[in-house]
Design a binder for this molecule. Sequence first.
Ligand code: BDR
Ligand code: CA
Length: 315
Amino acid sequence: MPVPIIIDCDPGHDDALAIMLAAADPAVDLLAITTVAGNQTLEKTTLNARRVCTVAGITGVPIAAGCDRPLLQPLAVADDVHGESGLDGPEFPEPTVEVVPEHAVELIHRILMEHPEPVTLVPTAPLTNIALLLTRYPDSAARIREIVLMGGSTDRGNRTPAAEFNIHGDPEAADIVFGSGVPVTMCGLNVTHQALATPQVLARFEGLGTELGHICAELLSYFASTYKRLWGMPHPPLHDPVAVARVIDRSIVGCVDANVTVELHGQYTRGATVVDLHQYLDRPVNAQVAVTLDAERFWDRMVGAVAALGARHTP
Ligand code: BDR
Ligand code: CA
C-alpha cells in the first residue's frame, strides 16, 4: 500500500522535483501540496507550485497556501539561490491548476483527521506551517505517522556557516517540531550533498525526450549556476527530493537515532541544528538523522518519476 503523504514546500528548484517524485512514485500517495514563504514570498512559492503541477500534469492534488512569514522573525527569501521568481530558468506557461480556498494548516488538519490511516508529512521548507498545525491542533499529532523533513545539517550550514536555510528560516518553528514528540526524520545537508546533479544526471533528464525532462534539466542547470557562483560547488545538490525518497524506500536513505536541538540564541549560530550523533550527551533521542544516501537508486527513482509524468502528459 502506498504511504499517504502531504508535502509542505516553498518551490524552489529542488522542491519542484520533490513534488514530481511525490506525485509519480507508486510507493507514495500524495494527498496534498501546501506552500509556505521561504525561498520566495508565499505568493511566488504558491504560484510556482501551480506552475510545477501544470507542466507535470499533476491534477487532483489540492494545493493550499499557508503562512506568509516565519513565526517570530521577518521573512528573508533565497533569491540569490532560486532567483527573482523562486523558480528561475525555464519559461513556464500560464498555470491551469488552481489553489483551494483553505489555509494550508486547515487543509493539513482536515486531511489528518479524515484519512483512515496516519499520514506522513514531508516538509521541504521552513517549518512554519507544521509548527502552527501542532500548536493550533495538538490533536493532530496522533494522526501524523511521522515527519520526514529536509532541513538542518550534522555539520555546517548553507544560509550561515552554522545554519541550513529551512531551519534558519524559522528556528522557533523548527524547535517546536523537534520538540513535539512526533517521530521526526531529518534529511540535512550532510546527506543531500550526496545527491549531486552531475552533467550525467542532466543528460538522463534530457534523454527522456519529453518536455518535462527538458524542464527538469533547465531547472537543474540554473541551480548548478547558482551553486557554482555562491559556493564553488561543481554540481548542485538536489536537497528536497531526498526526504521524499526516504519515505519511498527507507533503504535509499540510511539514518541513525540522535538528539537534535535547534540553536535559538547563538549570536552567530542561530538556526543551527546541534546533532548529538553518537548519543554522547545522554540527551533523549528525538529524531532519526539521515547520514547515507544510495545515490544511484535515488537518481533512478527521481528520473523514473519524471519519465512517468512525462509519458502521461505533454504540455
Ligand atoms: C533547502 O533550502 C532551500 O533553498 C531548498 O529548497 C531546500 O529546501 C536547502 O538548504
Ligand atoms: Ca525547499
